[in-house]
Write a protein that binds this ligand. Sequence first.
Ligand code: FEO
Length: 172
Amino acid sequence: MIDKKIAAMLNEQVNKEMYSGYLYLDFANYYADEGLDGFAQWYEIQAQEEMDHALMMRRYLIDNGIRVTFGPIAKPDKKFVKLGDPLEAGYEHEKYVTSLITEIYNVAFELKDYKTMQFLDWFIKEQGEEEKNAEDLLKKMKLFGSDAKGLYALNQELGARVYVPSQTGPAK
Ligand code: FEO
């Protein structure tokens, strides 16, 4: 049985991951409206990954005998002026999510909850990758996005992203 505090934090994180998915779908809506279908596709896939993260945490809680409960998912309310704005917001959001995961990890460490630490190892690594992807995307946009040909090529590149379901290792 995992500690009540950890269970509550992970349950809350399920909501946060779903919000991340909602936020990235909102980015995709913006890019679809701007005619950048590749950017939209990239964020649609990112949203699917976020839902995977939420489901993985939900499953972990259920497999450990925790009754999962859901609260409302916040409304994405970012306003975009420039095409790079969602990329900027995405990078900031991933850094925020990393801080949330790290906080849960810290509590698991304090409680000597090695099982949850093992479960969270995947997420720690994933956050490193997600922050890097978001930062790389932002850098590319700054380098090439102000030129029509560069933007077109970037849109093509992002449109080639393929969804791969996320999964943790054997820890349950
Ligand atoms: Fe679930 Fe983008 O971190």
